[in-house]
Design a protein around this ligand. Structure first.
Ligand code: ATR
Length: 270
């Protein structure tokens, strides 16, 4: 049987095995997809063991996405820009790396009928989560794409990868002076209970507020957006299923139906 894994540390919380087994059942494919806790320093060993045991592919989550990138023989353009991969494909002794987080985000926004083309998009954060989605957002031909980050230099480093000042880098304070249609939170501020220094005025102007984080309760950012009457308020559960769907398609060439899987996951959260 073809073997797949999601590697991470910690990994017990991962919903990827559930999602991929559902996708496989939908398409009547028989695969074995499991989560594997990898000891720090043992990532390459884990990947090589999988390859030696009929491994066809793997997902990679924190903290191994950069190590996975370094281990690849071939990389997609998106992965090169992100400097990290979440999907590995093993064929004929070659390790190919790609990143599907951006496709997951964009497909979820489009599924919610959010307009990205010709929109003014604000991405909050410039860490790994933000880096993984910039290219996919850029490909949607927004009117503008702006990255705001607490540490400005990190946002600038991402923006500099793109020619002609196509992407702007600003501080949170700068957001006050500008207006945006779509605001996407890719910071980890909410996870540590911090609220984002972004004003009601900026949020109120947007038609969409998206938080890559998901949970039983809406995040502080989404609660703020809801109170202010923002039209589309979306958490990151659909992005999670969307990135999994894109990985599944890379491995099997089958495009799975995300809706029923997303529905079951949402019910499990409640
Ligand atoms: P991840 O892989 O989740 O992106 P990361 O690479 O550590 O994790 O990046 C975390 C992001 O959240 C960064 O953009 C960080 O801002 P800095 O670059 O200034 O550190 C942002 N972040 C974390 N806590 C924050 C807070 N309390 N307020 C604003 N931004 C915060």
């Amino acid at each position: 049987m073809d073997q797949y894994r999601v590697f991470g540390n910690p990994i017990a919380q991962s919903k990827s095995p559930f999602i991929h087994q559902k996708f496989a059942a939908q398409s009547k494919l028989i695969i074995n997809y499991q989560s594997e806790l990898v000891t720090l320093g043992q990532f390459e060993v884990a990947v090589n063991n999988l390859i030696a045991n009929n491994g066809k592919g793997a997902n990679v989550t924190a903290p191994f996405k950069e190590q996975a990138f370094a281990m690849c023989d071939e990389l997609s353009e998106k992965a090169k820009l992100a400097g990290a991969v979440n999907t590995l494909i093993f064929t004929d002794g070659v390790i190919y790396g790609d990143t599907t987080d951006g496709i997951g985000l964009v497909s979820d926004l489009l599924r919610h009928q959010v307009t990205l083309k010709n929109s003014n998009i604000l991405l909050l954060g410039a860490g790994g989560a933000a880096k993984g989605v910039v290219q996919a957002l850029f490909e949607q031909s927004p009117k503008s794409l702006t990255i705001a980050n607490r540490t400005l230099s990190k946002a600038q480093a991402i923006a500099e990868q793109y020619p002609n000042n196509a992407i702007k880098a600003i501080t949170f304070a700068d957001t006050e002076e500008l207006t945006f249609d779509v605001i996407i939170n890719a910071t980890s501020a909410g996870l540590s209970g911090d609220s984002l220094p972004i004003s009601n005025k900026t949020i109120q102007h947007a038609n969409t507020c998206y938080d890559m984080v998901y949970g039983k309760e809406p995040t502080a950012f989404l609660k703020q957006a809801k109170l202010l009457g923002v039209e589309h308020i979306i958490d990151g559960l659909g992005m999670l299923v969307g990135q999994a769907a894109a990985s599944f398609q890379l491995w099997t060439e089958v495009n799975p139906d995300v809706e029923p899987v997303l529905h079951s996951l949402r019910e499990q959260l409640l």
